[in-house]
Design a binder for this molecule. Structure first.
Ligand code: MEV
Length: 301
């Protein structure tokens, strides 16, 4: 029997623009999803906490069609986070399943192979996506990332003073990505300008984060949020939580992910952290305690 766990993720900078070729920055968070593989007479998938098993099914299919003919295994999935919050349960379950199968059947797969197979599995199902969430689940830490993994650079950070607020609303990521794509088709000049500007912010954020210049990084989050607003992916609830965090003294705040719901993030000076968390809760958000920079997919004892 073997158990593998993969982390959830939060997008720090660059959502949407990354789908169109700009870089983004993602961090893995210490809420994890686990897949246990054990001997069985046939293949069976036991996922009581997961709404649907299509990502596991596809990952299993991809693994057995390429790497092994022996498909006698029972897979059991459990998660520390709900698929509702936008931490990337689909990517975490895909990566953890592939890693669990590769170890259980003794088939060596590099991290790059895991990333590539998992990215194709999620693309087959969702049709759209940059793969940043797959990279976070596979490699962990904080990453400077470009679509399809054409660049995956780890950032060297000692910590991120992050506060996370959940809106209570589940974002429909594939639809939001399609809506932005439609906007880009309709107003290419305006939307491409926004993407390029976001890409520039990401470049600066990469340097400033590694230098620990969090006040400036916060400002960059504010700028990024303005562009996301212009793309039309923010929501009243997100704005309420972002506004509350800023009012309580955050260095900066923005939505994280596709928008429309899921989570917002804020950068908090340590003496303002409590007030920011209270402000987010008062504005109707749920503060989620997570540590960024978590490890990538790994064996659980
Ligand atoms: C969604 O969490 C982030 C997007 O950039 C989509 C993607 O990169 O796959 C909107």
């Amino acid at each position: 029997m073997i158990t593998m766990s993969a982390p959830g993720k939060l997008m720090l900078f660059g959502e949407h623009a990354v789908v169109f070729g700009e870089p983004c920055i993602v961090t893995a968070v210490d809420q994890r999803l686990s897949v246990t593989a054990e001997k069985n007479s046939r293949i069976s998938i036991n996922a009581p906490q997961v709404k649907e098993t299509k990502f596991v099914d596809r990952a299993v299919h991809a693994f057995f069609s390429k790497y092994s003919k022996n498909s006698r295994v029972r897979l059991t999935i459990s998660s520390q986070f709900s698929h509702q919050v936008g931490f990337g349960s689909s990517s975490a379950v895909t990566v953890a399943t592939l890693r669990a199968l590769s170890l259980f059947f003794n088939v060596p797969m590099s991290d790059r192979e895991i990333f590539d197979v998992a990215y194709h599995v999620t693309l087959d199902i969702q049709g759209v996506g940059s793969g940043f969430d797959i990279a976070a689940a596979t490699y962990g830490g904080s990453l400077y990332f470009k679509k399809g993994g054409s660049t995956i650079d780890p950032l060297s950070l000692s910590g991120i003073p992050l506060v996370v607020g959940y809106t209570g609303v589940k974002a429909d990521t594939p639809n939001l990505v399609r809506e932005v794509a439609e906007k880009q088709k309709k107003y290419p000049e305006k939307v491409n300008k926004i993407f390029i500007a976001i890409g520039k912010l990401v470049e600066e954020a990469r340097t400033r984060m590694q230098a620990g210049e969090w006040e400036r990084v916060g400002k960059l989050m504010d700028f990024n949020q303005e562009y996301l607003r212009d793309l039309g992916v923010s929501s009243e609830k997100l704005e309420a939580l972002i506004g509350a965090a800023k009012k309580a003294g955050a260095w900066g705040a923005k939505l994280s992910g596709a928008g429309g719901g899921d989570c917002m993030i804020a950068l908090a000076p340590s003496d303002k952290r409590e007030a920011i968390e209270k402000g987010i809760a008062k504005a109707g958000g749920e503060v989620i305690a997570v540590s960024p920079n978590a490890g990538g997919v790994r064996v659980e004892p």
